[in-house]
Design a protein around this ligand. Structure first.
Ligand code: GLU
Ligand code: ZN
Length: 333
């Protein structure tokens, strides 16, 4: 029997395939750009080629970073590109009780502690957390939702205005077989160490929320941007602790899309918003970038035609395992 952390853990048994459930999980920090389109498209095609479901999750648990209207714009952009999700979109802001109960569960396992260390202090230690606050254990009964999930409650419990970290000294060796990058092996204890599951401002950390949701929604496959490869061991670690029986998804990380100056495409680097004028062409270029070699004849086709071809010809093995891959921004996004 594979155990959590084994490389083959999470593999679908050949004779007993678990249903394929994929997802795309954008943060509403801005509209989709060419880099988010390739991530959406890769996960969509992988799901549809496997006759699986494809869910949409809006990761709106970081209000300070959100741009008003971005969630709706993302839905519109996906729709315009024919990337239709199954069921209704799920919003992390509506799921805070799940994250809270996950924290209580972890606290009951004596794994959470209140950390007062500054980011500078951790950075000065080459990003490795030294475990210095471990004695400040957090009890499940002391964990509550802050009034608006951003302000600490008035009757601040001992851990408010401190961040919450999880101990990584046990079961910290995580191995997984990336669908694109191949076998990965990380010891969390030495790769950063105890990590934050609830931030100093009492917002739930991305790592916690995404692990809870992937487990709770029975996500079987996650294809996403290569910038998240480092996060994956933390998410597997959390799912192994929270989910019983633990069934982390299979993960595949596509290259990180960079501009001509080798900067990751992002809002900070002024990646242009995905235009709605020529969605078929945007998809065509995204397919080229994913090395799917779409036939020239598809240039000018509508999104549904492009996607039909792409589902039938999807070959995950063609997506290169390089870390960063440039994109020519002069092309239509
Ligand atoms: N919300 C994350 C982002 O926009 C992606 C999370 C994920 O796919 O796990 O980068
Ligand atoms: Zn600390």
């Amino acid at each position: 029997m594979p155990k959590p952390g084994d490389a083959e853990f999470g593999d679908t048994e050949p004779g007993n395939p678990s249903p394929y459930i994929g997802r795309f999980a954008p943060s509403p920090t801005g509209p989709l750009h060419a880099g988010s389109l390739v991530a959406a498209l890769a996960s969509y095609l992988d799901a549809r080629a496997a006759h699986g479901q494809w869910l949409l999750r809006i990761e709106d648990i970081d209000p300070p970073r959100e741009i008003p209207g971005a969630s709706d714009l993302i839905l519109t952009q996906l729709d315009a590109h024919g990337l239709h999700w199954d069921g209704t979109a799920c919003y992390q802001s509506q799921r805070l009780e799940y994250y809270l109960s996950a924290l209580k569960n972890l606290a009951a396992q004596n794994l959470l502690f209140a950390c007062t260390c500054t980011r500078e202090r951790v950075r000065a230690n080459a990003g490795q957390y030294d475990g210095s606050c471990r004695a400040h254990l957090i009890q499940a009964k002391d964990i509550s939702i802050a009034a608006d999930n951003a302000t600490p409650p008035n009757n601040a419990a001992a851990h408010t205005s401190t961040s919450t970290r999880i101990r990584t000294d046990a079961h910290s060796l995580i191995a997984f077989d990336d669908l694109i990058k191949g076998p990965q092996r990380v010891d969390l204890h030495t790769a950063g160490g105890d990590f934050i599951v609830r931030r100093r401002d009492q917002l739930f950390a991305y790592q916690l929320a995404v692990a809870v949701d992937d487990a709770e929604q029975n996500i079987s496959h996650v294809l996403r941007g290569g910038d998240l490869l480092d996060s994956t061991p933390r998410q597997i670690f959390l799912i192994n602790l929270l989910d019983s029986p633990a069934t982390p998804p299979r993960y595949g990380h596509i290259p990180m899309m960079v501009n001509q100056d080798d900067q990751k495409l992002s809002k900070q680097h002024h990646a242009p918003s995905l235009e709605l004028g020529a969605p078929g062409e945007n998809l065509y270029h995204a397919l080229e970038w994913l090395n799917q070699s779409p036939p020239q004849a598809l240039l000018g086709a509508n999104p549904d035609e492009v996607l039909d071809w792409a589902i039938n010809h999807w070959d995950r093995g063609q997506v290169t395992s390089v870390e960063r891959k440039p994109y020519d921004l002069d092309k239509p996004s």
